[in-house]
Write a protein that binds this ligand. Sequence first.
Ligand SMILES: Cc1cc2nc3c(=O)[nH]c(=O)nc-3n(C[C@H](O)[C@H](O)[C@H](O)COP(=O)(O)OP(=O)(O)OC[C@H]3O[C@@H](n4cnc5c(N)ncnc54)[C@H](O)[C@@H]3O)c2cc1C
Length: 358
Amino acid sequence: MSIAPDSQKLLETDAVIIGAGPVGLFQAFQLGLQEVSCQIVDALPHAGGQCVELYADKPIYDVPGIPVCSGRELAERLQQQLAPFRTPLHLGQQVESLAQLGDGRWRLQTSSGQVLLARAVIIAAGVGAFVPRRVAIGGLSAFEGSQVHYYQVEAAKLEGQRVVVQGGDEAALETALQLTGSGACASVTLLHRNSKFKATPALEQALQQAVAQGKLTLRTGQPVGLQQSADGQRLTALELAVDDEHTETLALDALLPRLGLSPKLGPIADWGLAMERKLLTVDPATLATDLTGVHAVGDICHYPGKRKLLLCGFHEATMAAFAISAYLRPEQRQLLQYTTTSPRLHELLGVAGNLART
Ligand SMILES: Cc1cc2nc3c(=O)[nH]c(=O)nc-3n(C[C@H](O)[C@H](O)[C@H](O)COP(=O)(O)OP(=O)(O)OC[C@H]3O[C@@H](n4cnc5c(N)ncnc54)[C@H](O)[C@@H]3O)c2cc1C
């Protein structure tokens, strides 16, 4: 699988998959077997959806043929399986709009301005796009992108600045330590509401070491307000509640909140698709929604008897791939080919020259 360049030009493909969770990844594999070209978009900076975001190191015991594997391992294996198809993956961007053109094709636009045109769309959006939890202080959003960075930002862009990283989990500690290690910032402060962190012992040890060496400052407190320059153009400090009676001021040039991610269905709810309790209603035989050429698979779809399980999502992806292939090429007879025996599938998978296993 290849990470697509962040090109702003218009891309055309047979199908676009919204979501690089386990089901989106397997969907791309199944489309590959059907010789349907596709591209995947995900709001997260990495593939794997809930498996990586919510339970990366926890064991899964009910994937057929794999007695046990972690969420991260499953995501890695799915990407490995998909590799022969070199599917372009557009990460860190949310699909914001879906509109049909006069010729029946679908036009999708992402939060990075990337436009994709396709005859088929598969929504594999799970429980929604994982978006960073915002800091609940009035007026702070005005500084997003300039001084408040919810997404990864290069250390070079923070050169000479007093940077405050807010949060207490691994993402917060990793960000603070990376910035400390880069040596680019004038100072790095890790701000958390208490002194208990939710991270691996190795990360906590690295944190304490950086503090002991004077490279990193720890502050406890809850941001309750902000201070800005007289002209209102710059954020200059946070006001912190340190206990029930006292507040302190924390001067800064940049704030990097790392408060975790929460799933949001977001724009999908506005695309005019038939829904039932925030889920997309589909035909279980084809996974087609009520819009021609638009299918939904995995946790986001609903039909009688639906179960939000990986196995069910993988089945849905397979059924959707057959249906999309038939929709795109109505003149072509649909064959059921086995990966075990089909020379054509071996060719597609790049295993044509391998000796057959006995
Ligand atoms: C703690 C936990 C343990 C679990 N254990 C098991 C288990 O043991 N066995 C099992 O079978 N199932 C298990 N599940 C359920 C399983 O993880 C889900 O069924 C599965 O992840 C669904 O996959 P998906 O690809 O449909 O959705 P997701 O994994 O949710 O992936 C959807 C992706 O779509 C992206 N996305 C959404 N909207 C947009 C948009 N507009 N633009 C761009 N990207 C978008 C999201 O960022 C996300 O990456 C577990 C779930 C949890 C929370």
